[in-house]
Design a protein around this ligand. Sequence first.
Ligand SMILES: [Zn+2]
Ligand SMILES: [Zn+2]
Length: 140
Amino acid sequence: MSPFPCAGCGQQARGRLAAIYSAWYLADGSRTAWKQRLCAPCVMQRLRQLLLHAQDSTSAVTSCPACGIESSQDLDPIYMTLYLPKQESREYALTTDATCAARLRLLLQDGAQRLPDRNGGSGGGFNRGADDDPFAGVLA
Ligand SMILES: [Zn+2]
Ligand SMILES: [Zn+2]
């Protein structure tokens, strides 16, 4: 296996990088998906706060995990699956507002690799259900 450098700090933390798959819909309705490799410290630095808030999904109000505002009027979600070394994968449907989504997408594309859309535009987007792995086809 060839070691990959961390997209955040550029260090080659062999075998210990997390993989972050993220996807969202563009204004024209097409889907774009990215894969980013980060070392654990970079994951924590970049995403910890966000992911902590993303798990507060018990609230009845749709709020942006990045800034906390009520985002249902301006919803621009990002779908993310996080693979941390030696841990189960975790899926997130981030209910970001448009402003935070734009900022976050830049972060997620930083040093990332664009993935081909294997759904072939058949409308098979992401399901918010927890047991539907949107990246199963990518990883196979
Ligand atoms: Zn790093
Ligand atoms: Zn926000």
